[in-house]
Write a protein that binds this ligand. Structure first.
Ligand code: 5GP
Length: 168
């Protein structure tokens, strides 16, 4: 399964503060942080606190089914946020990683018509990403183990453990 980039919760805490510092130093003050669930929720929460932004929205996108295995195209799951809510707003899209970049492109294109300005922030960006994010903490081309998804879901004690497809 090749080399892995391993991110711990402790390193994530450092990463999200450093990412926020880069955004603040750049003078971008978002009105809304739009998180891409589920991985982007952690990033969005950290960035929204660090940037003193009280307005978080969420969009659910499904794409990956395992390590390197995807649906043909990412799809937004219901309920899709109302783009009207972002009219004249400065939006910061937050996600854990831009890999192919298809997920971020879907969400960015969804915003582009309605909003005043949209920029994207990710912990990791891979070289192949078709979206070049304005704010990136680290570049890698390895599969990343994130602290929130590296372990399988918990099961009630005494039951057989679930299999984590991401760890196979
Ligand atoms: P993309 O659309 O850019 O290919 O992928 C976006 C989503 O796929 C990410 O938000 C993440 O949930 C998942 N993903 C892509 N690459 C990786 C990876 O290296 N590690 C993990 N854990 N998830 C990934």
């Amino acid at each position: 399964s090749g080399m892995r980039e391993n991110l711990s919760y402790e390193q994530f805490g450092v990463a999200v503060r450093e990412l926020a510092q880069t955004i603040a130093d750049d003078g971008y003050r978002p009105d809304v942080v739009l998180s891409i669930a589920r991985g982007g929720v952690f990033v969005a929460g950290g960035l929204a606190y660090a940037l003193d932004c009280k307005n978080i929205h969420l969009v659910n996108v499904e794409f990956y089914t395992g390590v390197g295995t995807t649906l043909e195209m990412p799809v937004m799951l219901a309920p899709v946020p109302n783009a009207i809510d972002f009219t004249d707003k400065k939006v910061l899209i937050a996600d854990d990683v831009a890999d192919t970049g298809k997920t971020l492109k879907l969400v960015r294109d969804f915003c582009l018509d309605a909003v005043a300005e949209v920029r994207s922030a990710v912990i990791y960006e891979k070289a192949q990403s078709l979206v070049k994010c304005e704010y990136v903490w680290k570049r890698t081309d390895e599969w990343i183990n994130f602290p929130w998804s590296v372990l399988p879901p918990v099961t009630p004690s005494g039951e057989a453990p679930a299999v984590n497809r991401e760890a196979l």
